[in-house]
Design a protein around this ligand. Sequence first.
Ligand code: FE2
Ligand code: FE2
Length: 320
Amino acid sequence: MTNPSFPALSLVADSDLAGIGDLDIDDVLTYLHRDLKRLPGYMDLYRRYLRQRWDVYELDFSQDLVHWRERMTQRERDAFVAISAGFHHGERQVEVELPVFMIGGSEESKIYMSSQIEDEARHTVFFDRFYREVVGLPGDSVQEVLDASFAHVSETFVGPFGLLAYQADELRRDPEDAAARVRYGTTYFLWIEGVLALSVMKITLTYCRQRGLLPGYYTGFTATCRDEARHVQFGMRFLRDSVREDPRLLLQIHETLRTILAINSATSRQLELESLGWTPEEVKRLMIRQLRMKLSDVGIAIPPDIQEKIDRIEPELAGG
Ligand SMILES: [Fe+2]
Ligand SMILES: [Fe+2]
């Protein structure tokens, strides 16, 4: 783990797409967590979005295609496709399910949320391009490429995204229901983005960087991770402010975490990630660390039964 100095973090904040290809994922994760302690406001995050927005069509995957065919083994390609498929479908799902969350917020949060919906749409296009141009999946439309990658989606995707779909339906009935908004926010911003997505980013980007592979993917996914910093900071701000306004909402976070961790422990099939250089124990430690950092930085206290469940987290990978 690097210990980035302040210049490294301002490089993360200010790099254009060409410069992002040189960033280290650990610096992007440190950048994300540093701001969790002070949690920027929604309009600050919106301004940051305008500066950091990148063009997904500027990415060049031609070198990635050569690496994919000539420098990666079949096992590495299989693991990479499996772990990315959960992201491909996760991005698409949050892109279409965020508008319901946007309806019930303040004007500032609606303005910010318009930027997150655009980010998630752009991330969907990033994976669409990766699967077409590098992996070589067939399909003329976005839907056809999604259908082709669905065969690679693992069981670990179904639990959290099924729960999110249910919670989005709940919100559709009453978009202003504060308890339903907190349940949705816990699953999406805290677990899917704050734990699962960041873990996948760390695993695949470390693999690419250490072996000098897939520069187009590395650049686009690191830029995606910087977008994720804004999403997680927005989400943690939302959860913190919700509990400050009505302390009873803390119970909604706890109940949702219990459900999420129960789903996690029911997973029967583990992803094979050793070919990417990660043991199940390392993935587990990474996920626990990601969750603990969010909870403690934002000051969300949790009771002992949830602490125990966190200690028993199973590796689970998807994102959005
Ligand atoms: Fe996101
Ligand atoms: Fe995303």
